[in-house]
Design a binder for this molecule. Sequence first.
Ligand SMILES: [Zn+2]
Length: 727
Amino acid sequence: MRVLILLLSLALVSGAADSPWEEKFRSIPDPQNLREYMQRMSAHPHHVGSLYDRDNAEWLLAKLKGWGLDAHIENFDVLFPTPNERLVEMVEPTKFTAKLEEPPVPGDPTSNQQSEALPVYNAYSIDGEVTAPLVYVNYGIPADYEQLARLGVSVNGAIVIARYGGSWRGIKPKVAAEHGALACIIYSDPRDDGYYVNDVYPEGPERPRDGAQRGSVMDMPLYPGDPLTPGIGATPNAKRLQISEAKTLTKIPVLPMSYGDAQPLLAALKGPLAPESWRGALPITYHVGPGPTKVHMKLKFNWDIKRLYDVIVRIPGSEYPDEWVIRGNHHDGWVNGASDPLSGTVAEMEEMRGFSELLKQGWKPKRTIIYAFWDGEEPGLLGSTEWAETHADDLEKHAVVYINSDSNGRGFLGVSGSHTLENFINGVMKDISDPETKLTVWKRLQLRDLARPGSADRKRELRTRPDIRIGALGSGSDYTVFIDHLGVASLNLGFNGEGGGAGVYHSLYDDFYWYTHFADTDFVYGRALAQTAGTAVMRLADDELLPFQFSDFADTVRTYVDQLKRLDADQRAQTEETNREIDEGAFRAAADPRKSYATPEKNPVPPHLNFAPLENGLDALVRSAQRYDAARKAASNTQDAKAVNAKLIESERRLTDSAGLPGRPWFRHMIYAPGFYTGYGVKTIPGVREAIEQKRWQEADQQIQRVGTILTKEADVLDEAAAALRK
Ligand SMILES: [Zn+2]
């Protein structure tokens, strides 16, 4: 009874931040439970199609039902290739065959489960057999190929070897194929996640000599999800493409390897010295090639359809059942997957246990809450994409917000997402206690950012701007379909920054033993994640007016527009300067005449772009954002919250365009997208930014118009929301 009275009085005061239900919830998640769930779910490899992946889903379902929740499993059938034959051998100047195997590690009890595990490979590489000279291409991103051209080296007809890092891995074979390479090897250099960084496993957290990074190389910047069912759910009877029609498989065969396997190949390379920034931490002199290293590579896959097991929970809303707050984390791993993804999955489970306790005590969330434990994230965001494509019509009508997490570590809360939620999530962060310092999570983050080197302007902003800025979402986890395809405002949350550990990512060694020795060893940050995400969900489900705020969003878009104008000006200045240096003979004079060297070609000077349509759209947005936020502050008692909320939900949808981005219509959001040549890394206002970067000026002009119109439409919906508030 006391609780009820408190609730009523809070609801009268404001949008009910920090209700007694929230405090009750935050006392529930228990590190001991997180530990037990992780130990159970990581006991065996649990990749898509494995027995233990299904077993985990069924165990999870039983747990959720045992807590009295309405849970079910939703299945999808997706293309998931697994290796049948993997061979990489050096045939010249000496013979060497790559092991392509991760051995057991003393003391680690699950590191001997090779027979249950997927071997080291890249999913959605095509089959192929190639014998060709090897060329080292650094990270294998577009800028590296410009550098190669200056060295007079072509990869046409070669096998390239790239190191992990610098971009999402799928970009490396894509760019290599664009330059005429026949195959691609991706290896983990100790400089990036091995002994150069820290001690290696099992003495320390980083990648040992024979550890390798599995991972998808599907062309996800085109569209993620099942390659055979773009845009529709991969339900059992869905109309499927032929494998030969799928656009997201690689163009050339690609395989990852450890530095133990890569070292002999690289050590035998001659040709130009690798530029200084290209050199890794192997005890060799890095040459680029081509030759004399010649490699024979053969890859064959089983192109099977495998079943996914998404576990879905529904808690119906008491007042606004048609408004859905959605939360997700995947449960499938590449191998035992303790950090990625179970450290996040187990937090999500404790949120569920917490909610079930509150429901038993009488909590009645106003909105419908949907919790998803996705399958098939690792191969290509399969479980989330297929589910969201299947339910797209409902989600477009009902989805309020999607909150994602994935791997969780120790340290500082990382937040990326829709900037309409920046103010909201800052509020949540002020109510969560940091386990190590007992500061609030918000305060610790602010002080950490202050302690970092930065300009005086940046420090002033950190002290005076009420909200800490959040990052924009690129891709790399299950929020992608929600934000980029459906225009559902989204957030991605996770603690990190202490303890390192990139070095076991997607390897056999990301397991319970590793996690409990080197990551969030006592699971207190797992508890903090459950508290953070659970609090966010509760607040979104219970606030009478949805907590969207637009001044932060408009301020952020302003920074993007400024960046674009600077990008255009810098590109023009740089092209003019380089052309001039070519005319002056600077490159020729600077080159060592005894070495091969190619002078860069002169480029056309980029035209001045007309940013006025974007500026006008932005001005309208800034004005409307101020009007809405002011109306929101002044509104003491809203007659028709439902009408206002409908407009707020629509605000993120209006940032999308059904025709999508140029050349990739699946990606409909006009403010955020993963870069076509970065893969995970975000490109903000992507239509304009990528057109400028790729020197397509006419397209840049068209996209500026288009985004200007989108911003104007966004301003309209904010005005409509403000008008509904005043009623
Ligand atoms: Zn993950």
